[in-house]
Ligand binder design. Structure first.
Ligand SMILES: Nc1ncnc2c1ncn2[C@@H]1O[C@H](COP(=O)(O)OP(=O)(O)OP(=O)(O)O)[C@@H](O)[C@H]1O
Length: 336
């Protein structure tokens, strides 16, 4: 027995599933680095607390951005940190090295995949298998991926949106878009800068999205005060933002997601389209929690849309379930 691990190396959050325990780590994919020494000062929750509040010698890095690895060294350090953190779950088990199934954003190149693989090995893994994100999301959402029936999953993460049609254990057709929750936050920041001459931080923009955001018909009359820096005076100030404004700012990134869903449906073989019509499209990832996202996709595709249970955990749960079939992954790796 060993503490085998399933890891969702997400753009926004990194989750670790320990076999027999479930998800034991769920922290933001953020690293704080001392710019003078290059040392890692904090990782995950600790680093996230520092966002926007760091002194000159500390910089906050999001190692994965837009679904790709923006900074390999800090990705590697983050992976190492979290794999080591799971050591305490090995108590009572024979202390062997873990086998690791890791899920990376689909924009990652073969070279980067190899580098992630090697970095997990260096962090103490015995064997490492890299799986595709939409497959893990669908398994984690309990879709019947191994059956001869078409299932469609839309995983809306921080950096990417992955849309895939699956059947008989594999991906039949898929598309990946480098737009997810982060692009929505950026759109809110851009809108407020332009309309109110106000600079706000990423966390404030994300909070406005949580509180006022909607993909379809905003709730009229809701508003929230946001603090930022007035670009004209340079002074801190507070502005009231309405739900209609947040709705307007989210239109572009949200419509791009709808388009990619439609394009994937167009490429779907007719038999599988019929299955998807009957069983619906399943949304996973944190972005699926944007208010009325299901309603919008339903209206645009005329197909029922459901959100998976615990959408933020689907990919990690999927990699965890894959640990039970590690022999299949081993055979697939050998045949490559
Ligand atoms: N209630 C909510 N409403 C809108 N967006 C939300 C909500 N909860 C979380 N999100 C967004 O979900 C995103 C994070 O989702 P998730 O953890 O699935 O991404 P990830 O797996 O790290 O990213 P990727 O799949 O791109 O690598 C963030 O952009 C966050 O703002």
């Amino acid at each position: 027995m060993s503490r085998d691990l399933g890891i969702d190396l997400g753009t926004a959050n990194l989750l670790v599933f320990v076999k027999g325990k479930g998800i034991v780590i769920n922290e933001p994919s953020v690293v704080a680095v001392n710019t003078k020494t290059g040392d890692i000062v904090a990782v995950g929750d600790e680093a996230r607390k520092m966002v926007g509040r760091t002194p000159g010698n500390i910089t906050i890095i999001r190692p994965l951005k837009d679904g790709v690895i923006a900074d390999f060294q800090s990705t590697s350090a983050m992976l190492n940190y979290f794999i080591s953190k799971t050591k305490k779950y090995a108590s009572g088990l024979i202390p062997t090295k873990p086998r690791v199934v890791i899920c990376t954003p689909s924009g990652v190149t073969q070279v980067e995949k190899r580098a992630i693989h090697d970095s997990a090995l260096k962090s103490g893994a015995k064997e490492v298998y890299v799986v595709e994100e939409p497959l893990a999301a669908a398994i984690g959402a309990n879709l019947p991926v191994s059956e001869a029936v078409g299932s469609m999953v839309v995983d809306i993460g921080g950096g990417t949106t992955e849309v895939a049609v699956l059947s008989l254990g594999g991906i039949v057709t898929s598309r990946s878009l480098r737009i997810g929750g982060d692009a929505q936050d950026q759109a809110i920041m851009g809108y407020i800068r332009k309309k109110h001459n106000l600079l706000i931080g990423e966390r404030s923009a994300e909070n406005l999205k949580f509180e006022l955001g909607s993909a379809w018909e905003p709730e009229i009359g809701r508003c929230l005060d946001v603090r930022g820096r007035d670009m004209l005076t340079g002074l801190p100030t507070t502005v009231e933002i309405t739900s209609e404004e947040i709705y307007d700012s989210l239109q572009e990134p949200v419509q791009r997601i709808v388009e990619v869903v439609k394009l994937t449906l167009e490429k779907c073989p007719p038999e599988l389209s019929g299955d998807i019509m009957a069983h619906g499209i399943v949304l996973t990832g944190g972005g699926s929690l944007l208010k009325n996202m299901t309603k919008l996709i339903e209206k645009e595709t005329n197909i029922p849309v459901l959100i998976a249970e615990n959408p933020l955990n689907c990919v990690a749960n999927g990699t965890g379930k894959t640990l039970d079939n590690i022999n299949i992954l081993r055979l697939q790796k050998k045949s490559k």
